[in-house]
Design a protein around this ligand. Structure first.
Ligand SMILES: *Cc1c(COP(=O)(O)O)cnc(C)c1O
Length: 362
């Protein structure tokens, strides 16, 4: 019925394209958070491990636990560990990214209590995104903590707020300068030699000269980098299809869907698709904000998206019940699909629910 096809050969292709932008010594941290951007974290992680990435990254400890339980052996960073999940990190050998004093102190005391030494950690700085991260003013305190604590500092990193914005972006420049200056502070103030990294997918395409020791790529592996010119080098990894489950005719003036969301301006043919907002096709895709492809024809959504169903106007399109419809694939990309409803490929992909069958294609 609803199928998300995952094209492994496209993942391999995207990996190679990303690698071609990287210096030979730059490490590849492959980001597989949110079930690898809504696909299948275990399958993707295994493939990436095979392709030779240096490490994986997830958002929360629970996601890392799933990968370890499935047999993934390479390092796994946890970007946003929460204090209540810290013991899971130790149990499954996951590397926390420490971003606040409270978190650092909590993790330090847990390691001391368990008499663990040289545990791999990463330090996250806020240089302008103003989400999580230490500020530059906290560096003296951090350096002190790092000298005396049971941590092995593997890396220090930050995250750009607008990595896809055209290159002369003054705010990105400011973040890069801030990062360079704290890098210097670490090189002078610490005996350990951590790695430094700043760039996500579009960061690498936009600022390859600032890749430092590693890059953290997620969305580019899925074929998207937030800019048409860059997207063209990549291949969309996932295709979403559904099947028409019923077709009916409505007369001019008839209403379709909840709250009489759509009134037929003339006689129309309506197809119902067994996919809805519970599957990640949110209500913002209703009222013509999304189109599906049937053969080479486009059919817009009509009215409100329901929980398990949505309706499209197939007037003038030759098709029958049981026919396949495409939400997005190689040519009608998830990025294009997202744009219609003023959202982004990240949201479309990660919203896809677990009622949609994932099929791995070679
Ligand atoms: C999600 C995330 C990434 C990956 O970003 P993409 O744009 O998908 O490449 C990198 N770094 C951090 C800190 C993230 O949270």
């Amino acid at each position: 019925m609803n199928t998300l096809r995952l094209h492994l050969s496209h993942l391999d292709h995207n990996y190679k394209v990303i690698r071609s932008l990287m210096n030979p010594n730059t490490e590849f941290i492959a980001v597989v958070k949110a079930n690898a951007y809504g696909s299948n974290a275990v399958v993707i992680a295994k493939q990436l491990e095979k392709l030779g990435v240096n490490a994986l990254a997830v958002a929360y400890a629970q996601e890392g636990k799933i990968l370890r339980t499935a047999g993934i052996k390479i390092p796994i960073l946890v970007f946003y560990p929460q204090i209540e999940g810290l013991s899971t990190l130790l149990e499954f050998g996951l590397e926390p990214c420490l971003y606040s004093a409270n978190l650092l102190i909590a993790f330090r005391s847990l390691l001391e209590k368990r008499q663990q030494d040289s545990y791999s950690v990463h330090i996250k700085y806020n240089t302008g995104l103003n989400r999580v991260g230490f500020t530059q003013e906290q560096t003296p305190w951090l350096l002190e903590q790092l000298q005396e604590s049971p941590f092995h500092l593997k890396s220090v990193y930050s995250h750009l707020a607008a990595s896809e914005v055209d290159k002369d972006d003054p705010l990105s420049k400011k973040q890069i300068q801030a990062f360079l200056s704290l890098k210097k502070q670490y090189e002078l103030g610490l005996n350990e030699k951590p790695k430094f990294h700043l760039l996500n997918s579009s960061g690498l395409f936009n600022y390859p000269e600032y890749q430092f020791d590693a890059v953290r790529c997620g969305i580019a592996l899925h074929g998207y980098v937030n800019k048409k010119m860059w997207d063209q080098k990549l291949k969309p990894f996932a295709s979403l299809t559904s099947k028409i489950c019923q077709i009916h005719q409505v007369k001019k003036g008839d209403f379709v869907g909840y709250n009489h969301g759509w009134k037929a301006p003339k006689e129309a043919t309506i197809a119902c698709l067994p996919i809805g907002h519970a599957d990640g096709i949110g209500r913002h895709f209703g009222h013509g904000k999304a189109q599906v492809s049937i053969g080479n024809k486009k059919a817009p959504t009509v009215g409100n998206i329901c929980m398990d169903m949505l309706m499209v106007d197939i007037s003038g399109i030759k098709c029958k019940e049981g026919d396949e419809v495409v939400f997005f694939d190689k040519s009608a990309t998830a990025n294009l699909f997202a744009k219609g409803a003023a959202t982004i490929s990240y949201e479309v992909l990660t919203s896809l629910g677990n009622r949609i069958e994932r099929i791995i294609e070679p």
